[in-house]
Design a protein around this ligand. Structure first.
Ligand SMILES: [Mn+2]
Length: 281
């Protein structure tokens, strides 16, 4: 039995199958963690979701920003954007089952046996592991409860940018969602930034990657995340990022995470044609 993690698939179903074949992934024996953004940008969001649903006994996912956006569209709160390519999900006969499955997926996964924690974008530097898991749970409770649609109505926006334990209401929910699914950099004064997408080293001088933030609270587990295609596959003690820009014509990557050293495998991807041109990411 092996445990693998795969980065942002973004509707690239053929590349997913190619990578699983290369890994010799066996859903009856092995386990697979997907770091979110299974959907959108690529051509086959519906097939990716259905594959994860059909194999949910062996596949765990965390929700990414694109799943939350898709859910907001499925709930009728948001219109699809011109760049969205998940119309196959929106018009699928099983969209209700897909919505019900997605709203019951976690925002964070902590595996104590293998000692890793997974979120789509990372862990805010001001949070301990326990705080991160509790805050993720707060969002999961709203997603699974009667306030879900209201949450989507209040989810979009960049503020507040600074974490306070005292944040309450939708401001609090929005911050947690933004930190778990959209964060890349923070300013030197501790505000999350959502504009800069380039890799560390190319950013504006007042920005610091979340994982390099001074005095970041120690996390006693390896943090697995995606979302940052320009960062690519990136390994440091306690960190593993896996978004290697599949839909941007780069690679779809997997790590075997139950053995050391972590073994990385990947397959090449074609750049997908979007309905309107958009810059990476
Ligand atoms: Mn993302």
């Amino acid at each position: 039995m092996a445990t693998y993690a795969i980065g942002d698939i973004q509707g690239c179903y053929r590349q997913l199958l190619k990578l699983l074949k290369k890994l010799q992934f066996n859903p009856h024996n092995d386990r697979l963690i997907l770091v979110g953004d299974l959907v959108n940008r690529g051509p086959q969001s519906l097939e990716v979701i259905r594959y994860a649903m059909q194999n949910q006994a062996s596949i765990d996912i965390v929700l990414g920003n694109h799943e939350l956006h898709l859910l907001a569209v499925l709930d009728g709160v948001k219109m699809p954007r011109p760049t969205d390519t998940f119309h196959d999900v929106v018009s699928a006969p099983d969209r209700g089952a897909i919505r019900d499955w997605l709203i019951n997926r976690p925002m964070a996964i902590h595996d104590q046996t293998l000692n890793f924690v997974v979120t789509h974008a990372g862990i805010h530097p001001g949070w301990t592991l326990q705080e991160c898991l509790e805050l993720a749970r707060e969002v999961e409770d709203v997603l699974q409860g009667p306030e879900r649609t209201a949450m989507f109505e209040n989810m979009f926006g960049d503020k507040p940018r600074r974490w306070r334990d005292s944040h309450s209401g939708w401001k609090r929910t929005r911050f947690i969602i933004n930190a778990l699914t959209r964060m890349r950099f923070l300013t030197t004064s501790g505000k999350m930034d959502f504009e800069e997408v380039r890799p560390p080293g190319e950013q504006l001088p007042n920005l610091i990657p979340w994982f390099e933030y001074p005095n970041r609270k120690p996390i006693d587990a390896t943090i697995l995340f995606g979302h940052w295609s320009a960062l690519g596959v990136f390994q440091k003690p306690g960190l593993l990022s896996l978004d290697s820009g599949c839909c941007w014509g780069r690679r779809l990557s997997a790590a075997r995470i139950d053995t050391r050293p972590l073994e990385i495998n990947s397959v090449r991807c074609k750049k997908v044609k979007l309905p309107v041109s958009v810059g990476e990411p």
